[in-house]
Design a protein around this ligand. Structure first.
Ligand SMILES: [Zn+2]
Length: 137
């Protein structure tokens, strides 16, 4: 399946290939096939910390093959991260999250939109995930 640019838990944020064992997937319409439970990381999994222009940083999972291309693909990575955040926010009820009141939804949406304006400046660090970690990014 071609990568649609919406991040799946346990998969490379940049190319979409699997970086962790997938133990269970969702069957619900709209999120069918999305990982529900993930297990141990594969050998190709890397956690990359990235500094943002608003002073914060994020940590993402990518595969070892994508790592060398990452500095040149920061703009693509940024759009995947924010598209994925909005997708997961819009589908949060399907993913089993507690429903929000309208004020809460509006606040979270505004926060995401504010952070989404930040540029991705560069890589702070790279590490391999621990074997036993149930990473959900
Ligand atoms: Zn990749």
């Amino acid at each position: 399946m071609a990568y649609d640019g919406i991040k799946r838990a346990g998969h490379c944020t940049l190319c979409g290939i699997e970086t962790h064992e997938v133990l269970q997937t969702w069957k619900r319409p709209g999120i069918e096939g999305f990982p529900r439970k993930i297990g141990a990381p594969h050998e190709n999994a890397r956690l990359v910390a990235i500094r943002l222009s608003d002073g914060s940083f994020i940590e993402i999972t990518i595969c070892a093959e994508c790592l060398p291309q990452l500095p040149a693909r920061m703009a693509r990575l940024r759009s995947i991260v924010w598209d994925s955040q909005m997708f997961h926010f819009d589908k949060r009820n399907s993913f089993g999250a507690r429903p929000l009141r309208k004020e809460q939804r509006d606040k979270i949406r505004a926060d995401v939109a504010k952070t989404a304006r930040a540029a991705f400046l560069g890589i702070i660090g790279v590490r391999k995930p621990k074997q036993d970690s149930g990473v959900i990014v």
